[in-house]
Write a protein that binds this ligand. Structure first.
Ligand code: FES
Ligand SMILES: [Fe+2]
Length: 375
């Protein structure tokens, strides 16, 4: 590994056109120093997707997260507004909420300070003798939160441009799915021993589908789309939903009522940089959100979302099992290959490789990351 990882000379071959380019050097996937730069220049500057608004349906509902080492919590207030807070008590810093649930006030498990759902400090037992103490100065620390189509995003950077800028023309591409009207019916978490980029790259190329998914979803032949904004998409023409295994296709739900144009005739796979992925198909949508835990570890959350009208069907609970079967079959295949890739990349003898014509977004991810982390 070279002394300075951020000298652009190391990346000259990554910068070439995709079919002439080399892949990122292995240290980009394994060195903590490179990861720390990504956290500083990417994750702390960009909008990061955390949860769907429908996952926090009622006032008092909360979900806690850890994003690049930062404990965060989303809470729906009595005024119906969802807020994002640093999940840390203003007395001596204890993490306030864990997991997900519902509460009327946020009470610190250590000494019992209590906060309203809007973050205001409302009870401070035993603080009567403390001088010059005003509760109004010690409310929860709030982060910027914005939403699009039911997806909630947070940003650590007070000066970052609005979410709309990061999204560019993605909302227009996906408008006919009416995702704001969808409900997340299941969320699964995987703890993976791989770098966050490995997982995203895998999700955005079809080169691996005939091998890795040979016995499940099989080969997919996608095309890359033009994008304006911090996202990339590939499109898979297919007459029916791909959220079911081939043998289960007869059990599909009806298509989303509002679908138009290409959305009605195929599936979009979208990477919203830095680390969100979602797939929109004729009857549902699923997302994979990556929470980096270090250079070589990533927690992946997978959400399965269907239109409200589909979820209300009498046969929903029975039929959705086939969809779960599809995700629970194909996702572990991607998880395993991502961990194998990481296991090989850490070799001290590893050298940058070359890309096929089926991996254009892998090249794009590498170059986007370099654009952010190099001076
Ligand atoms: S650390 Fe929360 S009340 Fe003391
Ligand atoms: Fe895959």
């Amino acid at each position: 590994m070279p002394e300075s990882l951020f000298d652009s000379a190391h990346y000259r071959n990554v910068r070439r056109p995709a079919l002439e380019a080399e892949t990122l050097p292995a240290w980009c996937y394994s060195a903590e120093e490179f990861y720390a730069r990504e956290v500083e220049r990417i994750f702390r500057k960009r909008w990061n997707f955390l949860a769907r608004a429908d996952e926090l349906a009622r006032p008092g509902d909360y979900m806690s997260f850890e994003l690049c080492g930062e404990p965060l919590v989303l809470v729906r207030g009595k005024d119906e507004k969802v807020r994002a807070f640093a999940n840390t008590c203003r007395n001596r810093g204890t993490r306030l909420l864990s997991g997900r649930g519902s509460c009327r006030v946020i009470t610190c498990p250590y000494h019992g300070w209590a906060y309203g759902l809007d973050g205001a400090l409302i009870a401070t037992p035993g603080m009567e003798e403390t001088r010059n103490f005003a509760r109004g100065d010690y409310g929860l620390l709030e982060l910027r939160l914005e939403s699009w189509a039911g997806f909630l995003f947070v940003n650590f950077d007070r000066t970052a441009p609005a979410l709309a800028e990061q999204l560019g023309d993605l909302p227009a591409l996906l408008a006919s799915y009416d995702m704001a009207e969808m409900v997340c019916v299941r969320r699964r978490e995987y703890e993976l021993t791989c770098n966050w980029k490995i997982y995203l790259e895998n999700a955005m190329e079809d080169y691996h589908t005939p091998t890795v998914h040979k016995g499940s979803i099989g080969k997919q032949l996608t095309e890359q789309l033009e994008a304006r904004g911090d996202w990339r998409a590939i499109y898979l023409p297919a007459a029916e939903t791909i959220a079911l295994l081939p043998e289960d296709k007869a059990g599909a739900f009806p298509p989303i009522a509002t679908l138009e144009g290409r959305a009605a005739r195929g599936t979009y796979f979208v990477a919203l940089y830095p680390s969100s992925f979602f797939a929109t198909t004729q009857d549902c949508m699923w997302w994979l959100q990556e929470f980096p835990q270090g250079a070589r570890r990533t927690r992946v959350s997978v959400g399965s979302c269907f239109p409200k009208r589909t979820v209300a069907r009498a046969d929903f609970a029975a039929k959705v099992e086939k969809y779960y079967r599809r995700w629970d079959t194909s996702l572990p295949e991607d998880n395993a290959i991502s961990e194998l890739q990481q296991a090989g990349l850490v070799s001290s003898l590893s050298r940058p490789g070359r890309l096929s014509s089926r991996e254009p977004v892998v090249h794009d991810i590498a170059n986007w990351v370099l654009d952010q982390v190099l001076d």
